[in-house]
Design a protein around this ligand. Structure first.
Ligand SMILES: [Zn+2]
Length: 341
């Protein structure tokens, strides 16, 4: 006999997904286990990529879009059985995997696991989930107009994976469905009042590595009355913006202040990378510019000129030469310069 909707609801709400996972023979370390498809992962998923949210009864692989779901999907994937089989398996095993009997132990387990959680790894997962919920830039809408006014068009924004918080409440709700508020706050996506940040900064500019994995982002306001114009994701900036251009091949590269200036240059066919602010260039980044002739085009203001001096010295120390773009009149940045030429 088919289970009723109520029975299924009851299974989902009473069973502990952590205990079910253990019962399925999955080895859980710090709230995660290795993916069922290790061949899709670097190093065979040696660092487990599937996270479990005990509270929401949900699991999700960081890499595989099809490895996610509730306790029933978990059984389906792990045992390779259809839905009804999975329900039957769960019902048969249910008495020993009820939440109430195990809850105290599980809570303790989870708390211990959290304390030793590797914060960087954990943040990467949350960042990945966040970006997955966002929309590409829709054409003929304010964000597209705003970008076009900066000479940034669809081929560029598609290439660099620009994203938009098109529906703040939906994104907020869906994040809360897969992560606890506490985790989201810890990762810096939610504020202490329990709200998703970036309500007024809907344009999301991800910093991705060569494999298109996001490690950082900047959120940009497109309403000119909003200050500050940009908010940074909490945490360290791992590498310059548009790192992809630092490919080790011979060539010229422009180093700009801000992701938007970088995109304007890309839109004009130049090779460019960006730093989020004049002072954010890190000495250890110099070696990423191997084989590149670097042209500095920081803003022509007090901060920009000081940064240019500092960065020039860092490159010189490493035996690399830089040139200054040198065309920007006082107070102008790349964008205002292109707009007037
Ligand atoms: Zn996977």
């Amino acid at each position: 006999m088919s289970p009723t909707r109520e029975e299924i609801q009851e299974l989902k709400s009473t069973l502990s997904i952590t205990v079910v996972a253990k019962r399925l023979g999955l080895s859980i370390e710090r709230g995660r286990f290795r993916c069922f498809f290790p061949e899709r992962h670097a190093h065979g998923d040696r660092t487990p990529s599937v996270s479990i949210n005990e509270e929401k009864g949900y699991f999700k692989c960081f890499v595989c879009n099809d490895v996610k779901g509730d306790v029933i999907s978990l059984v389906q994937i792990a045992l390779g059985v259809p839905f009804l089989e999975a329900v039957k398996w769960l019902k048969g095993d249910a008495p020993s995997i009820k939440r109430d009997t195990q809850q105290i132990n599980i809570k303790k387990d989870i708390q211990n696991e959290k304390a030793e959680e590797h914060p960087k790894f954990f943040k990467e997962k949350i960042l990945f989930d966040f970006l997955n919920l966002l929309s590409p830039i829709p054409l003929n809408k304010p964000a597209a107009w705003w970008l076009a006014s900066r000479h940034i068009y669809k081929p560029v924004w598609d290439k660099v994976l620009l994203r938009l918080i098109d529906d703040y409440h939906r994104v907020s709700r869906e994040l809360l469905a897969i992560h606890s508020l506490e985790d989201l706050q810890f990762a810096g996506l939610f504020n202490s009042q329990g709200n998703l940040r970036y309500g007024r900064h809907p344009l999301i500019i991800p910093y991705v590595d060569e494999q298109r994995r996001p490690f950082f982002f900047q959120a940009r306001a497109i309403d000119k009355n909003v200050t500050p114009k940009e908010l940074n994701f909490q945490g360290t900036i791992p590498f310059p913006y548009n790192k992809e251009s630092l490919d080790g091949k011979e060539g010229t590269i422009y180093l700009c202040e801000g992701a938007i200036d970088t995109l304007t240059l890309l839109g004009h066919g130049f090779s460019a990378v960006g730093i989020p602010g004049a002072n954010s260039f890190k000495p250890e980044w110099v070696k990423m510019f191997k084989n590149k002739k670097v042209i500095l085009c920081l803003d022509n203001d007090v901060a920009g000129r000081a940064a240019e001096e500092r960065i020039t010295a860092l490159f010189k120390e490493a035996g690399l030469e830089t040139r200054s773009f040198g065309l920007l009149p006082e107070g102008e940045d790349i964008n205002s310069w292109f707009s007037s030429h």
